[in-house]
Design a protein around this ligand. Structure first.
Ligand code: VGL
Ligand code: ZN
Length: 219
């Protein structure tokens, strides 16, 4: 099966300093996604494909920060007015900070659309399509449909949160959805969450292909 770049979106999820080693919510090996993503995005752009990227983009005092709730710690789970089962995290990706910036080695030149999510104080967002109330749209779906995009190839961080929710939404919205297997890394909290996310995505019909396989299929 070949992939027609002009009908495909490469969606880069949260390749930001805070999710890489040394960052506030560091994911093991998070920076390892950069190289395969750059290779894909340059090849993609050369074939007329579109590239979009998301940035987790929180205000100070964001509801997903444990520090915003008395007596709570990172890893605790709370119900908020808008979200049942919101996980609390260390302060991360505060808008305008170095931690919220893209990793320095990520080639941002081929990216034509940037979606910032989780910027409202009272609502978090993992998915690139819908915020964590599962209702508030980011607008990405409409942008993609207006361009005739049929397939989404995803890479980035974190496999078990933002990649997972973005891929499931993409699949549910009717886009053929492919995860770049060597270009994702996960948080792994709670234990087993990466394995569960991968199983759930595969069961939903989401495909996993390596960056090399994708490059070979690119048309
Ligand atoms: C993410 C936790 C909190 C992610 C963002 O990018 O997967 N995870 N905010
Ligand atoms: Zn976040």
């Amino acid at each position: 099966m070949t992939i027609n770049a002009t009908k495909t979106l490469l969606l880069i999820i949260d390749v930001q300093n805070d999710f890489c080693p040394g960052g506030a919510l560091a994911v093991t090996d998070g920076n390892a996604v950069v190289e395969p993503i750059n290779t894909l995005s340059r090849a993609f752009a050369a074939k007329g494909g579109r590239i979009a990227a998301t940035q987790d983009w929180h205000c100070t005092g964001h509801i997903s920060f444990a520090s915003s709730h008395n007596g709570k710690s990172a890893g605790d789970v709370i119900d908020t007015q808008l979200v049942k089962g919101q996980v609390l995290w260390p302060d991360h990706c505060v808008l305008g900070t170095k931690g919220a910036a893209f990793h320095d080695d990520l080639d941002v030149n081929p990216i034509s659309m940037i979606i910032r999510k989780g910027f409202r104080q009272e609502l978090d967002s993992y998915s690139a399509f819908y915020e964590n109330d599962r209702k508030t749209a980011t607008g990405l779906d409409g942008w993609m449909k207006s361009l005739g995009i049929e397939t989404v190839i995803m890479g980035g961080i974190a496999t078990d949160y933002c990649v997972f929710f973005s891929a499931m939404d993409s699949n549910n919205l009717g886009f053929k959805t492919i995860i770049t297997s060597d270009a994702v890394r996960g948080v792994g909290y709670p234990q087993g969450s990466v394995e569960k996310a991968i199983t759930d995505m595969k069961n939903a019909g989401i495909e996993f292909l390596s960056s090399k396989e994708l490059m070979d299929r690119l048309n």
